[in-house]
Each structure stands twice: as structure tokens, then as C-alpha cells.
Design a protein around this ligand. Structure first.
Ligand SMILES: [Zn+2]
Length: 117
């Protein structure tokens, strides 16, 4: 656990620096790696390729960050069982039968319709 977390502005500055440095390193690298694998390209073509992969990288970073943030904040649903391992069931007024329950942060819900008990 970090004791001091970044502000949103600091995070943005870091992300921007990371992207800018990555862009420059990638562009220089194209002049090294492309001839090594037998590609004869112009500096302009290299630039287009680096711009493309930079855009893909930014999008990938954004999508993964949103996905992990969502996963981290979503409380996990736990299965509730008797000591013998069988499902603990409660009468659900919506399903009108006994249904297994799931527990999310000390609240119990019907595992079928999601009704809170
Ligand atoms: Zn139900």
C-alpha cells in the first residue's frame, strides 16, 4: 500500500511523459529494427507506424485501467453454505420458492433473481 497516492494531474503528467518517451524511443528504434528484419522504409513511414502503435498503446492502457478499476471496486459475491457444504437457502418472495443465497458485504441476495433478503 502506498502511503501517498498521486493526484489525477500527477497521474496524467506521468502517463503523458511515459507516452512521449516511449514514442521517441520507438521512433529511433524503427531505424534499427526495420533494416535488421529487411524492411526498407522511409522516415515518414516509420513515423506513421509509430503513431499507429502509440495510439493502440494509449487505448490499451485506458481500457485495461478502466477494467481493473471496475474489478477492484466491485464487491465479490460469496456463496453461502451449511457446514456440510450444501447451499444455504431462503424463501424468495420473488421466485416464490427456496433459493440459494449469495452474500455481498454482509447483505444476502437471492442467487436467482438478486432480491435482497
Ligand atoms: Zn429470487
Amino acid at each position: 500500500m502506498e502511503t501517498m497516492s498521486q493526484t489525477k494531474k500527477q497521474s496524467f503528467t506521468e502517463a503523458l511523459s511515459n507516452t512521449a518517451v516511449g514514442f521517441i524511443i520507438s521512433y529511433i528504434s524503427t531505424f534499427l529494427i526495420f533494416p535488421l528484419v529487411g524492411l526498407n522504409t522511409s522516415p515518414g513511414t516509420n513515423l506513421v507506424i509509430v503513431i499507429y502503435f502509440t495510439a493502440v498503446s494509449i487505448l490499451r492502457g485506458y481500457v485495461l485501467r478502466r477494467w481493473f478499476n471496475k474489478k477492484a471496486t466491485k464487491p465479490r459475491a460469496e456463496r453461502v453454505t451449511y457446514p456440510d457444504g450444501s447451499d444455504y437457502k431462503l424463501q424468495c418472495f420473488e421466485c416464490e420458492i427456496d433459493m440459494p443465497v449469495k452474500k455481498i458485504e454482509n447483505n444476502y441476495f437471492c442467487s436467482n433473481c438478486g432480491l435482497r433478503h
